[in-house]
Design a protein around this ligand. Sequence first.
Ligand code: BGC
Length: 440
Amino acid sequence: MTTSKVPSLKFPDGFLWGAATAAHQVEGGNFNTDCWTLEVTKPSLFLEPSGDAVDQWNRFADDMAVLSAVGMKSYRFSVEWARIEPEQGKFSVAALDHYQRCINACLERGIEPVITMHHFTLPLWVVRGGGFGAPSFPDLFARYCEKVARSLRGISVVCTINELNVPLLVRELIESRLMGPASAARIELAEKALGAPLKTSFLFSPAEALIDNGLSAHAKARDAIKSVLPQAKVGVTLAIQDEQAEPGAEHIRDKRVADYITPFLNGVRGDDFIGVQTYTRAVARKDGSAGPTPGHRITVMGYEDRPQALAQVCRYVWEQTKTPIVVTENGWAGNDDRRRCEFIRDSLTELHAAINDGVDVRGFFYWSLLDNFEWLVGYAPKFGLIAVDRSTQRRSLKQSALVYGQIARDNAIQGAAAAALSDAASETQGRLGGGALGIG
Ligand code: BGC
């Protein structure tokens, strides 16, 4: 079957197509952070330690070769504060040089690097000083961001803080993990190892620390970056689910939105862009809970498997803020790569319709480029377009990488049929030849 007879859903010129990762989830050996410390404290709140992760610290350029070969145009990755400023006020030239080499590896291949300054992990000295809640936090964060902006060449798009609001979205989940018979002892051990209360670690931060200090840290960092790089586009990213309600539970949904979405949208309206990160829909119920619709297919993350959620959220964010959107994360976790292909196609088809209706979306970053360390739940959930055998660190392309790469190359979905996607994939597979890349 050829793809020529099916309609082509063209995206706007200059639409940025990429994939995303975060330092702690892929680099490996990120010792000087709160998360590493919590992972290796026994018994741990984390299912397993990140360890070598997928060794992107040493394999960055190889990963960029693959990303560009399959057709993507951009890579969103984070630089690690704990490596760049391992002690307060002391900056590591070696770490900055490393990230310069990463940026160069992108630029040499025509890949636009999108840099995230903070993606969940904090240097130990920051948590020991009070984390996001410390009065000094906004200035410390802005100083670090300014240092990065001054030191690294080739940066034009920056996300200051990844999912500034996510601790509020996952609070119930985290609290449920912290309950149970052994938890008081686990928390005590965790706090002893950190040398600070658990709430100084980003994922455990309370609302005030995020809404007051977090938004102020973002604003100061944005201004500091722009003072050095006036042309740079700077935004924050937010975790936003498609919040819906069963009849009679609208007030529950509205409270959820008021708690974890509205203060943040109000705080960043008018930025260069808002990074939207959507994985699912949550339906509020009259008993006060919210989650997947009963009976609906769910992913290994326990999320309702709902590709339509992304476009719904983009419509909502646009309506509320009239601020350009970059989808900085959207993806599907599980081993059924065929379903991942469908999920990507369906999310993008809905997104295309939203763009046609006037929603200003400038780019899309699939989460994640590689299977990687999924925080508290370790390595089991597989989000990647590229699989990694962690016993050898060998990469192998999944079909979804080829499908998505073809969409990126065409700047269009060539028809809505799954068959068309397979055609696209096999064309790309033929062109690339797995062997040439030394992968799968
Ligand atoms: C985070 C990622 C995470 C992904 C999938 C987002 O909340 O930014 O670090 O791996 O969701 O759960």
